[in-house]
Structure formats: structure tokens, C-alpha cells
Design a protein around this ligand. Sequence first.
Ligand SMILES: C[S@@+](CC[C@H](N)C(=O)[O-])C[C@H]1O[C@@H](n2cnc3c(N)ncnc32)[C@H](O)[C@@H]1O
Length: 201
Amino acid sequence: MSAADPSLWDAEAPAFDEAPDHGLLDEGVRAAWRELLLGVLPPAPAGVADLGCGTATLALLLGEEGYRVEALDFSPAMVALATAKLDAAPPTVRSLVTVREGNAADPGLAPASVDVVLCRHVLWALPDPVSVVRRWVAALRPGGRLVLVEGDWSTGAGLTARRCAQIVGESCTRVEVRRLPEPALWGREVTDERYLVVALP
Ligand SMILES: C[S@@+](CC[C@H](N)C(=O)[O-])C[C@H]1O[C@@H](n2cnc3c(N)ncnc32)[C@H](O)[C@@H]1O
């Protein structure tokens, strides 16, 4: 089973939110992600496509902040959990966030239809990432941006920041990489490479 196989992620889904950075159940970790994302996103109610949304933790966090979020994932189990969380959210959030099954590599977004493509911990798992990022950039409105969070993890999985910047640089003119070593984001000390990429076409 590879990371490109939805059944792997179906198996991960039941315990997925137990990791501090996944479920954001700890208020301190949640606040750290809120601050990080709000610091790099355009103001609400910008439109965000959250591709490979998992259980939609980030999508709901942004919905709470007034963003319009279209979230998708190819794992039926992740989408089921995301939908359950969305159903339990306040009506204001439910009116701003949608969740559906879909392929992050080819999400079917109309050209120039979103302000932000947000993707956390997914690009590393996608075949042909250069073509994928090109597709994402085509979905951005003028003034839009890519916001990616990736890592080169101690597990052996992932993507180096250098390689990620090269991939994104194939279709973006401004690519900024920020390292994310802060324990507040992960709920513990980390020693592997974790980073944020903000890129403009
Ligand atoms: C490590 S999890 C990250 C989830 C979420 N972005 C987050 O940060 O909480 C990776 C997610 O990407 C999804 N995924 C992987 N490849 C995908 C693809 N081609 N299309 C849609 N979702 C995909 C998996 O199902 C899984 O939910």
C-alpha cells in the first residue's frame, strides 16, 4: 500500500485526530496554527480550497474565522469524519465550509476560482507534483496564493524544503519558505524538517 492509495488513509482515519497537529484538540496547538495561517492568508472571507483535507480540522478552523472553504479528500473514511465534524459545527461555520470526496491532484477547480490553495502534508504523497502544482496555480484568482505545509519527516516520508521550493518554482515567481520548528505547532519538540511555503504565481 502506498500513500497514493486511499485505503491507506482510510486505515489512518479513526486515530488521525489524536496527533496534536491533526486534531488541534489542545488549545495551545490550535492557537499556534490559527496564528500561523491567519498570518499568511488574505483576509476573510477569501475563498480557500483545502486539498487533501483529512478530517477537515484546518477547514473548520478557517470557517470559524470567516473563510469560505471548499475541502476535499480522496479517502472515504476521512471524508466521513470531516463531514461529521462539519455537521456538529455552528451554523455560521456550516454555511461557509463544504467537504467532498475528490482528488487533490486534479481537484476540478474552475480556472481563477479560489484565492488560496491550502495543502498540508499532501503534496509529498502526490505523483507528478510539478503538474499538480501547475493545476492548482491555474485555479487561483488574480492575487491568489498557494499555502503549503510539508516536511521531510523522521519517518522517512516527505519532501525536503529545497525540493518543494523547486517544484513550486516551476509555476510560481515568488516562493517563500519558512521553517516550522516551533513545538507549539506540533505539541512536542521536533528535530526533522517541517516548513511552510507561501507562493505567488
Ligand atoms: C497527512 S494527511 C493530512 C490531512 C490534512 N491536510 C491535515 O493537515 O490535517 C494526508 C491526507 O491527504 C489525503 N490525500 C492523499 N492523496 C490524496 C489525493 N490524491 N487526493 C485527495 N486526498 C489525498 C489523505 O487521504 C489524507 O487525508
